[in-house]
Write a protein that binds this ligand. Structure first.
Ligand code: ATP
Length: 236
């Protein structure tokens, strides 16, 4: 399924954050959105998943306009979201958190045990800790759980917000490796990251967001060589 974000405008109350954001994720594509703090990356993902209501523009998933759908209906439609801050249920176990991820979509419920096995293979650490309370996991383990829970809904497009935040290079590598694997299996990924070098290496295409507007886009490999991007985001 293709995700299209066209001329998106959104904000919080009277504060407009997104002025003109257009991003496309082709079926099975891995796309990154990079940009400085406060550029509007998180808000873009929230507007796609229906947590923030857009004030203008259009978001479609597989041709369906998401404007009138609730966040739950958007998940049912095939969108997974790994939110910033993870938003896990700390007093529930790893397994219970994962099972919740499968509770919304009929196709996810039907294939719950199969998907669970797959997620636990992707993240053996979660398998070891399946009975542990989510709130007692390390930051990296929580991030894996947040990705795992989103995968339990068997999404066709996965939004991922800053998965490397607060993680050691080793755990970042594990989480990014899992995203790559999921993408290889056909899931479209829209990754928002401050770790610009890593995300441009993972993605095939990328967009640069500044002050709520897309100011640059292209093949990730080209952006890696772009002098402006290197100076502003890679400190090179
Ligand atoms: P970061 O990398 O720091 O997370 P970002 O690019 O994801 O930044 P957003 O989180 O989308 O940026 O924030 C964009 C702007 O919107 C910021 O100025 C922020 O202060 C503001 N903002 C975010 N969430 C809210 C909110 N709930 N209420 C009011 N303003 C908000």
């Amino acid at each position: 399924m293709r995700l299209t974000i066209e001329n998106l405008k959104a904000g919080y109350g009277k504060v407009q954050v997104l002025w003109d954001v257009s991003v496309t994720v082709e079926p099975g594509e891995f796309v990154a959105v990079i940009g400085a703090n406060g550029a509007g990356k998180t808000t873009t993902l929230r507007a796609v998943s229906g947590i923030v209501k857009p004030t203008g523009g259009r978001v479609t998933l597989g041709g369906t306009d998401l404007a009138r759908l609730s966040p739950t209906q958007i998940v049912k439609h095939g969108l997974g979201h790994v939110p910033e801050g993870r938003e896990l249920f700390g007093f529930m176990t790893v397994l219970e958190n994962l099972e919740l991820g499968a509770s919304v979509r009929a196709e996810a419920k039907a294939k719950k045990s199969e998907t669970l096995e797959h997620v636990l293979t992707l993240f053996p650490r979660l398998a070891e800790r399946r009975a542990q309370l989510a709130g007692t996991l390390s930051g990296g383990e929580q991030q894996m759980l947040a990705v795992g829970r989103a995968l339990m809904s068997r999404p066709q497009v996965l939004l991922v917000d800053e998965p490397s935040l607060g993680l050691s290079p080793l755990l970042t590598h594990t989480v990014f490796g899992a995203l790559k694997e999921v993408n290889r299996e056909g899931v479209g990924v829209l990754l928002v990251e401050q770790n610009v070098l890593q995300s441009l290496k993972l993605a095939s295409r990328a967009y640069v967001l500044e002050n709520g507007r897309v100011v640059k886009q292209g093949l990730a490999a080209d952006l890696l060589k772009d002098p402006g991007v290197r100076e502003a985001y890679l400190a090179l």
